[in-house]
Design a binder for this molecule. Sequence first.
Ligand SMILES: *[C@@H]1O[C@H](CO)[C@@H](O)[C@H](O)[C@H]1NC(C)=O
Ligand SMILES: *[C@@H]1O[C@H](CO)[C@@H](O)[C@H](O)[C@H]1NC(C)=O
Ligand SMILES: *[C@@H]1O[C@H](CO)[C@@H](O)[C@H](O)[C@H]1NC(C)=O
Ligand SMILES: *[C@@H]1O[C@H](CO)[C@@H](O)[C@H](O)[C@H]1NC(C)=O
Ligand SMILES: *[C@@H]1O[C@H](CO)[C@@H](O)[C@H](O)[C@H]1NC(C)=O
Ligand SMILES: *[C@@H]1O[C@H](CO)[C@@H](O)[C@H](O)[C@H]1NC(C)=O
Length: 627
Amino acid sequence: MRFLSISAAVLASVALVTADLSKIVRVDPASQQFIDANGRSRFFHGTNMIKKVPPYHADINQFDPGYSLVDRDIQVLKDLNINSIRLGVQWTGVEPVRGQYNQTYLDITGTIIQRLQDNGIYALLDQHQDVWAPQLCGEGAPDWFVQPGWVIPSDMMPVPQQSTPFAVDANGMPSAADCDSIDWSTSYLDYAVGNAFGRLYNNYDSLGDAWALYWKTVVTNYHMLPGVLGYDLMNEPWVGDHMADPTLLIPGRADSVNLEPLWNKGTAQIRTVDNTTIVFFEGVTFDILSGFENVPGGDGTHTAQSYHYYKPPQLGSVETTIQNRITDATRLKTTGMMTEFQFWGSDNATLALILEAAQMADTYMQSWQGWSYEELWSGDNYSLPLAQIYARTYAEATAGVAKTLYFQDTTAKYWVSWIADTSITAPGLIRIAPNTYYPDGIRVFFVPAGTGTYTMENENVVQLHYTSTAVTGQTIQASVQPYFPTDIIKSSASTGFCMDNSNAFVNPNNPIIIWGCSSSANQVWKFKNGTISLAFDPSHNHDTFCLDTQPIASKTYFSAVLNPCQAGSQTQQWSVNAAGNIINASNGYCLDITGSTYKAGTDVITYPCSGNPNQEWILPRGASGTW
Ligand SMILES: *[C@@H]1O[C@H](CO)[C@@H](O)[C@H](O)[C@H]1NC(C)=O
Ligand SMILES: *[C@@H]1O[C@H](CO)[C@@H](O)[C@H](O)[C@H]1NC(C)=O
Ligand SMILES: *[C@@H]1O[C@H](CO)[C@@H](O)[C@H](O)[C@H]1NC(C)=O
Ligand SMILES: *[C@@H]1O[C@H](CO)[C@@H](O)[C@H](O)[C@H]1NC(C)=O
Ligand SMILES: *[C@@H]1O[C@H](CO)[C@@H](O)[C@H](O)[C@H]1NC(C)=O
Ligand SMILES: *[C@@H]1O[C@H](CO)[C@@H](O)[C@H](O)[C@H]1NC(C)=O
């Protein structure tokens, strides 16, 4: 009896954990949204986990920064607020000897997928490759794929990138040092690389069939796991034998001539085992618009184009690339997902580009996975500025077709709107990273008011429920906001001006001025427990710098300044009255725009309350009275 009740509890908890990892069952081509088994639209934020060298899988026993999947990694993935991983399931790991599949490798990969699933994270299984095989200074395909004598000796790697071929060992492998001496991306243009891809596409020695059977093996092992989001047939496929047929280099041509038939072949094998899971397919990386005539297997409701944004080879902005891929998806009656974008160069410039990509993905309702988990780590620590971008709030499920997604980076406010479908009983889901953005908890608002309620599935997932007031077909908006009001403070008399921490200097006694409203971090304030603090100072410390006052020599009034927050400091205590006066600084004075001079740079002071408009402010919702 005792034994039985324990197993029932274990079963119940397993059911709870997996309850919301509902299987992604199709794509709605009209909205270009992924749909789960509960009928909800789904969105993914994630990163790539690809182990390109032996043993070709993450370490599941010991922490190894960027290359393991143990408890510490799971905690980091939660802090990153991600719900999906593009996971390399390397062909060379699966089939080290032709026709012999390595069950040990497959089982370890199964453990990884299961571990992700148990923690609410989907896996997109990826046949990752770069420059195909070790004989070509690349990786992905098994060692047995490339055979000696496929190209004449004088055309071997890396000709014509360099005129002299590298020396090779008895197994035909060039040395690591030689391979490191060339630019890997340029080596796609080499004779030997084009030749190998050509043989894959024209099924020389049944190599295309072998690739398709690798996929069947992968799918047979994992298709029953609801956490499997999809199968990404091949990372960044090359065009084929461009030396024999240079027209393959014409954008779009290789997609239809070479890739599409192989994608159909792989999908046919996958579909003998699994008719549900989404097949992701890539075009040639330098294509601006895809040249496919149809999606793999012909059914766009179970496919998605997996696309990347790097510049080069893409020419325009990330927005242009996303627009082009939406055009592709519209023509092919399917959807797409940005599965890699913009390397991080450990600098602010690339950080800004990564943020731009994440913002554009919201604007166009695209799911994304960044490159890559390993890049986040530097030694034993991961990059906080990069993690902050990953951790942005997002709707991962809407109970109805989503219409808009928007996260405001400076205030951590999030809005999602969707067309209600009250026949969907599973809750909408919003992912949050409390440690990064909501240290004091959240508030949730619905518009129209009263159409929804919320519960927490766990500290990272907000569940949105319809009330009986919600009507199918109406647009509902939900907003997740920091528990304490957070926003700009506008002058009431001259609404173009906002209270501004001068020059964004986070220093003691830094002056507070008025400046044109910009919503930048030095204008966003948090109202908490009677204090007004900078909501997000550049180091993203919370509640560390507060609005304060400072005596001015030979004056009876005070200057408004920024100072380190001090518990119990009277000069840092404020309240707001019905007129919009921000009162006190220990003496009942009001915050005041000096001399009613409405121009950028005018000092804010505290002055005896006068009833004049230069002391009236428009404050964020919830910041009236005391807070
Ligand atoms: C099979 O996979 C395991 C786990 O990665 C590895 O230790 C072993 O060497 C592999 N076997 C072969 C033949 O590659
Ligand atoms: C998938 O659908 C095809 C076509 O209807 C069918 O032939 C095949 O048996 C199905 N596969 C599975 C695993 O059900
Ligand atoms: C990046 O920006 C931050 C905040 O503005 C600054 O403190 C830091 O020095 C910058 N880092 C680099 C490498 O420019
Ligand atoms: C990691 O972060 C800790 C705490 O901030 C710091 O003491 C340590 O030096 C960092 N390690 C590396 C390798 O940067
Ligand atoms: C609010 O401020 C008062 C006075 O500084 C302090 O005693 C109290 O602990 C604060 N409450 C919270 C929830 O921070
Ligand atoms: C104004 O300052 C006085 C004196 O320190 C204090 O008792 C009072 O609570 C303050 N008023 C407000 C509205 O903060």
